[in-house]
Design a protein around this ligand. Structure first.
Ligand SMILES: [Zn+2]
Length: 309
């Protein structure tokens, strides 16, 4: 019997009915209005009902991929920054509202599970997935199992420290990888440079408008030879490359899957990460390593959540 997958982001809840092979039978999307837990549960329930009605088939369980830190298998969302939540028992609330078993996992874990079973990781037992989008995250699959850690927060690559007491990260701590190399912070650093007025290239690329800065703008400015843009860009790329290479050395995955908006839209950063893994991971750990791009795009979390249900 198919299962239901939910992808809970900061602005939308998406739901899909997915078969055992990871094919989407039907899907629906609901904008989140009010962000209170009960209002969000209602939005999820509406999206779920629409997907199940369209599919015209019953489902036997539900998996949820949510952006935030989940307390192990409890279904409690300990911290969800983009919803402003702390300690919300999302799994229990949804179980009551939907009437079937619900499993809640981190969104990146769901996406990695989707890639493992229906995407770029098919056939693999040991896989490391890195996503660089607005933040930096990763998920570990070892021996065919999702590694979630003692407290459910394993794989937080974005919050390894790369500069002791460095730039402040969105998590509140200092010197995290994400504070230098996450898309949100690539934009912030580029805007800081634009605001100094020293970069003629950035002025031309954006018309002086900070709202037009994206990670792609930074890549273009660096490639156009702007020295200061290049410094931000090369530093971020090198930090990412060394971080990912070190994870390869520690975990010795058979596959390394790369995904997320920054790695998809900034080919120069992606190339530096791949070359960095080849240069900095230990020789033995990267023997036979296959590096590929995530295949399922925005659907990986939906499919993975459903398959984890
Ligand atoms: Zn952090």
């Amino acid at each position: 019997m198919p299962t239901l997958g939910i992808d809970l982001g900061g602005t939308f809840a998406r739901a899909a009915v997915v078969d055992a092979k990871g094919n989407i039978i039907a899907s629906a999307k609901m904008a989140l209005g009010e962000r209170s837990p009960s209002a969000v549960v209602e939005s999820i329930a509406h999206a779920a009902k629409a997907a199940v009605d369209t599919a015209g088939t019953p489902v036997q369980g539900c998996g949820v991929g949510a952006a935030g830190q989940i307390h192990g298998e409890s279904g409690v969302l300990a911290v969800a920054p983009n919803l402003g939540w702390r300690n919300v028992p999302l799994g229990e609330m949804l179980r009551t509202r939907l009437g079937y078993p619900v499993r809640v996992v981190n969104d990146l874990s769901a996406a990695a599970w989707g890639e493992l079973n229906a995407g770029a990781g098919r056939g693999s037992q040991d896989m490391y997935t890195v996503f660089v989008g607005s933040g930096v995250g990763s998920a570990i699959i070892a021996g065919g199992r999702l590694v979630t850690g003692g407290g459910g927060v394993a794989g937080e690559l974005g919050h390894i420290k790369v500069v002791p007491n460095g730039r402040r990260c969105g998590c509140g701590e200092l010197g995290c990888l994400e504070a230098y190399a996450g898309g949100h912070n690539l934009i912030a650093q580029t805007r800081e440079l634009l605001a100094t007025g020293r970069s003629q290239v950035l002025k031309e690329l954006t018309g002086g408008d900070p709202a037009r800065v994206t990670p792609v703008t930074l890549e273009q400015a660096a490639e156009a030879g702007d020295a200061e843009a290049r410094e931000i860009y090369e530093r971020a790329s090198l930090m990412l490359a060394v971080a990912v290479a070190n994870q390869v050395t520690v975990l010795n995955p058979a596959r390394l899957i790369l995904g997320g908006g920054v790695l998809t839209h900034c080919p120069g950063i992606r190339r530096r990460v791949v070359e960095g893994v080849q240069a900095f991971a230990s020789t033995t750990s990267r023997e036979g390593l296959l590096i590929s791009d995530a295949e399922l795009g925005d659907d990986s979390g939906l499919i993975g959540a459903a398959l984890l249900a």
